[in-house]
Design a protein. Structure first.
Lengths: 289, 455
C-alpha cells in the first residue's frame, strides 16, 4: 500500500537539528527498497518525510543559473526553514516568482538533507504546495506545532526517566499510548546515546518565548504587534519610495499578504500618531525620512 | 548447473522451510529455466514468500501476503470448479468457509483440502488476503502450508461461533454476528427492491458511547423508535462500501432495555445524540472504517479533479470529453466537488466534499463557478482558484471514513472552518513547559484576561 506521508508539524529549530535516518537502522530493513521514502530524524525522535509549515517568508532569491531555482527563507518563532523550488516544482516556482516579501505563507514540502562533508549538514524543504495565508492561520499553526512538540518533549523526557532500554523501552512507551513511529524514533535516538539535554532545554525556552509573542499580540502594543508594525512599515517603504503610497492600493497589497484591513488601519493610525508617516495629499501615505 | 544453485536452495530452505512441499523449489527452477541468474532468482523468491508474519484475525487487512495464522474452522464447504474450456487442467475443488480466533472471524477460500474439519484448529502459513464482495478473504493457495495443531491453543468452538457482545466502534470486517446494547438515533421506513420485489425495510443509525453505525432491519420493530435503548442479539454485519452495517434479520432478537437497566449504561440518548467531537486523524487511521466522525486539519493539497466536473446522467460517473466508460457518448451534467488532503500532523486523509458543501465553503455556486470557467481560457481556472482559496487553511469535516489502498478516504457530510480558543491552549502549553523565570506566573494571569483577536 502506497500511503501518503503525513505532513509533520515541527519548528525550525527542531527541523534544523535533524539528521538522515539511515536505512540500516530502521526497524524493518527487510521491507526497504528503492520506493521507501527518504526519512529524517529529529533529536526528539520525530521521523520526518513531509512537513507542513506556516511562517513569514523573509528572503527570496532565484539562485538558478540555467533554469529557475527559488530559495526562500521562512521564519517561525524558533528559527528559519530553508525552502527550495525548482523546475520540478513548477507550481511552487510560479508562486515564489510572484509572492512579495514579507508575507505569511503556508507550505507543504519534502524534507531534504545534504551533507557535502562530515560535520556540515544542510537541512531544507523541497516545496510541494505553497499559498499565502493570514496571521490567524500562522498563530494557530504555532500553537498546533507547540502542542505536538511539547508532547514529544514530554514523551522523550519520560523515556529518559524510565531508564529502560531496547525492547523494554518500546513496550513501556507503546503501553503509554505513544505511536509506534515515535517509539521507533525515540529508541533509535536513545541507542545512539546522543541524549540531547541541551537541545531540549533550548527548544523549550524557544517555544515558551514564541508562545509569549503570540500572547502579546493579543494583549497590546508590544511583541507581535511590533512585528506587524515592522511588517507594515517595510511594505510602506517598499511601495512608497519618496513619493508615498496610494492608501487604497497599499491596503489591498497588505491584504494580499495576509494582513487584515483592520490591522493595517490600526498600524497606520499608530504611525500617523507617532509621527512616523504623514499624508502629503489625501489618500497618499508617505514615510518620514 | 545444479552445483551452482545448490547453495541458493540451501539458503532458501533455511529461510522458508521445506521447499518441495510448498512448490517453492518448482517456482525457483522455473526461474532458472528462464535463465534468471540464481542469486537474482533467490532474491525474488525471498521477496515473494518472505518471512511469514504471525497475525491475529483482527489485524488482517487488504493486500497482506506471507501471513501466518492459527485459527479454528467454524464453517467448511466445498465447491466444484469446472475448468475453463480448453484448459488442460481437470476439475478442481474450492474449499470455503469461516475461520476464527479469539479476536474475530474471517472468510476463507482454499485450493487445498484442509487437514481438519469443523471445530479443528489449524495453522496456516504463506496465506494471503484478497477482497471478495467487500470483505476480507483469506486465500490459501498452492504455496500455503496448512497443518493441524493442538486443540487447546484457542477457545472452544461454542465460544468462538456464538455472537459476541461488542461496542459499536469495535465492529469491523472480522465480525459476522454480534450482540450489542445501543440507542436508536435515526429511524425511518423505506422501500427497496430485493429480487425484483418491493420490500419495506427500516433503516437508521444506532449509537453507543463509543460510536455510531447504520442499521437496516428486514423485519418490523414494534415499539421501537428514535430514542429507544435496545438490546440486539445475533445481528448480522454486512459491509457496504467499506462500512459495516448492522442487519436485523428474522433470526435477530431485539428487545427494549428497561429504564432501570438503561440508567446503568455508559450512555443516554442525549449523550449519544451529541455531535461527534473531532478526533485525531491518527485515530481514524487505526480503524478500517468509522461512521459519522469528525476531524480538524489543514488542507495540505487540493487534488486534481477538484472544481467543475461532468458526470454521466445515467450512472453519475465522472466523465471526460462527453464519453462515459459504461454508457458511451452522453450529454454530461455539470457538478462541483473538492478532493483535498486534510492533514493534522498525526495522519492524513483524502476528503471528498460534495457540491452543496463546496458552494458554502467556497462562497460560489456552481453557476458562478461556471461563469468563472467560461471567462477564462484555462479550463482549470476553478481548480486553480480553489487551490489558492483552500491550500493551507484549517477545515473541520464530519462524515464517514474508510480505509482503502491509498489510505483513508473520507466523504464529508459537513464541512466548516473551525473556531479555536488559542488563548486557552497557549496558557495550558505554558503550564506544561514549566516556568523559566520567576515572573512567569504573573504573565500567565495577565494573558488570560485578554482575548485573542482573530485577524
Amino acid at each position: 500500500m502506497l500511503k501518503r506521508e503525513v505532513a509533520k508539524r515541527v519548528f525550525a529549530m527542531e527541523f534544523e537539528a535533524c539528521r538522515e535516518l539511515e536505512k540500516s537502522v530502521r526497524s524493518d530493513p527487510g521491507t526497504i527498497d528503492s520506493k521507501s521514502p527518504n526519512l529524517l530524524i529529529s533529536p526528539l525522535g520525530l521521523i520526518i518525510n513531509r512537513v507542513f509549515v506556516v511562517g513569514v517568508v523573509t528572503e527570496l532569491d532565484n539562485i538558478g543559473t540555467q533554469s529557475e531555482m527559488w530559495k526562500a527563507r521562512i521564519v517561525d518563532p524558533t528559527g528559519a526553514f530553508t525552502v527550495y523550488a525548482g523546475q520540478y516544482q513548477p507550481e511552487a516556482s510560479i508562486f515564489f516568482s510572484t509572492v512579495k516579501v514579507p508575507a505569511f505563507i503556508a507550505l507543504t514540502g519534502k524534507a531534504r538533507i545534504y551533507e557535502p562533508e562530515p560535520g556540515s549538514v544542510f537541512v531544507s524543504i523541497r516545496a510541494e504546495e505553497v499559498n499565502v495565508v493570514n496571521e490567524d492561520i500562522r498563530n494557530r499553526w504555532v500553537v498546533d506545532t507547540a502542542e505536538q512538540t511539547v508532547k514529544r518533549l514530554e514523551v522523550f523526557s519520560d523515556a529518559l526517566a524510565s531508564e529502560y532500554h531496547g525492547e523494554k523501552l518500546r513496550e513501556y512507551l507503546l503501553e503509554n499510548g505513544v505511536s509506534s513511529e515515535l517509539v521507533e524514533g525515540i529508541s533509535i535516538m536513545l541507542d545512539q546515546e546522543l541524549a540531547p539535554y541541551e537541545f531540549t532545554k533550548l527548544l523549550r525556552a524557544s517555544i515558551r518565548e514564541g508562545l509569549k509573542t503570540l500572547d502579546f499580540n493579543l494583549e497590546d502594543d508590544t511583541g507581535a504587534k511590533a512585528d506587524q508594525k515592522e511588517f507594515v512599515l517595510e511594505l510602506l517603504r517598499e511601495m512608497g519610495g519618496s513619493k508615498g503610497a496610494d492608501y487604497a492600493a497599499f491596503i489591498s497589497a497588505a491584504i494580499s499578504r495576509g494582513i487584515s484591513e483592520q490591522v493595517v488601519e490600526e498600524v497606520i493610525r499608530a504611525l500617523l500618531a507617532g509621527g512616523q508617516c504623514y499624508e502629503p495629499k489625501i489618500g497618499i501615505i508617505r514615510l518620514v525620512g | 548447473m545444479d552445483q551452482k544453485i545448490a547453495p541458493h536452495l540451501e539458503e532458501l530452505t533455511r529461510a522458508l522451510g521445506d521447499l518441495e512441499k510448498t512448490g517453492i523449489r518448482e517456482e525457483f527452477e522455473k526461474l532458472i529455466a528462464f535463465r534468471v541468474p540464481p542469486d537474482v532468482a533467490k532474491e525474488s523468491i525471498l521477496r515473494k514468500f518472505g518471512r511469514n508474519r504471525v497475525l491475529k484475525v483482527k489485524d488482517l487487512s487488504a493486500n497482506l501476503r506471507n501471513l501466518e495464522l492459527t485459527v479454528r474452522i467454524l464453517d467448511l464447504g466445498e465447491k466444484s470448479i469446472r475448468p475453463q474450456e480448453g484448459s488442460p487442467e481437470g476439475p478442481s475443488k474450492l474449499y470455503t468457509g469461516v475461520l476464527a480466533d479469539e479476536t474475530g472471524s474471517v472468510l476463507f477460500s482454499s485450493w487445498k483440502e484442509l487437514p481438519g474439519s469443523i471445530g479443528d484448529v489449524i495453522n496456516v502459513k504463506n496465506a494471503y488476503i484478497r477482497i471478495w464482495q467487500n470483505r476480507i478473504n483469506l486465500s490459501i493457495g498452492k504455496q500455503s502450508l496448512v497443518s493441524k495443531v493442538s486443540d487447546s491453543v484457542l477457545p472452544p468452538l461454542a465460544e468462538l461461533s456464538g455472537s459476541q457482545i461488542k461496542k459499536l466502534i469495535d465492529i469491523g470486517h472480522a465480525d459476522f454476528a454480534v450482540d450489542a446494547i445501543v440507542c436508536v438515533l435515526q429511524f425511518s421506513h423505506r422501500e427497496v427492491l430485493v429480487k425484483r420485489r418491493q420490500t419495506r425495510v427500516i433503516s437508521g443509525v444506532l449509537a453507543d458511547e463509543t460510536g455510531r453505525l447504520p442499521f437496516t432491519a428486514w423485519i418490523e420493530l414494534p415499539g421501537i423508535d428514535i430514542g429507544s435503548i435496545i438490546r440486539i442479539k445475533g445481528a448480522q454485519i454486512r459491509i457496504f462500501r467499506g462500512m459495516p452495517s448492522v442487519n436485523i434479520l428474522s433470526s435477530t432478537k431485539v428487545s427494549l432495555v428497561v429504564a432501570e437497566e438503561a440508567r446503568k449504561l455508559a450512555f443516554t440518548f442525549e449523550s449519544a445524540a451529541k455531535d461527534p467531537i473531532p478526533i485525531k486523524i491518527e485515530e481514524i487511521d487505526s480503524k478500517d472504517s468509522i461512521f459519522d466522525v469528525a476531524a480538524v486539519g489543514n488542507v495540505v493539497s487540493v487534488r486534481p479533479g477538484s472544481g467543475i466536473i461532468t458526470r454521466c446522467p445515467e450512472c453519475s460517473r465522472v466523465i471526460q470529453k462527453g464519453n462515459c466508460r459504461v454508457h458511451g457518448k452522453v450529454e454530461g451534467i455539470r457538478d462541483m466537488r473538492i478532493k483535498a488532503v486534510l492533514d493534522d500532523g498525526t495522519g492524513s486523509m483524502s476528503v471528498m466534499i460534495p457540491r452543496d458543501l463546496v458552494e458554502i465553503i467556497y462562497g460560489k455556486t456552481l453557476e458562478e463557478a461556471e461563469q468563472l470557467m467560461f471567462s477564462d481560457v484555462s479550463k482549470d481556472v476553478v481548480y486553480e482558484d480553489l487551490r489558492r482559496f483552500l491550500t493551507g487553511r484549517y477545515f473541520a469535516v464530519r462524515g464517514n471514513s474508510s480505509k482503502g489502498e491509498y489510505g483513508i478516504s473520507f466523504v464529508a457530510e459537513k464541512a466548516w472552518v473551525p473556531d479555536d480558543d488559542l488563548e486557552v491552549r497557549v496558557v495550558e502549553l505554558l503550564r506544561r513547559l514549566g516556568p523559566a523565570e520567576e515572573d512567569e506566573q504573573d504573565r500567565d494571569s495577565q494573558v488570560s484576561s485578554g482575548g485573542i483577536e482573530l485577524a
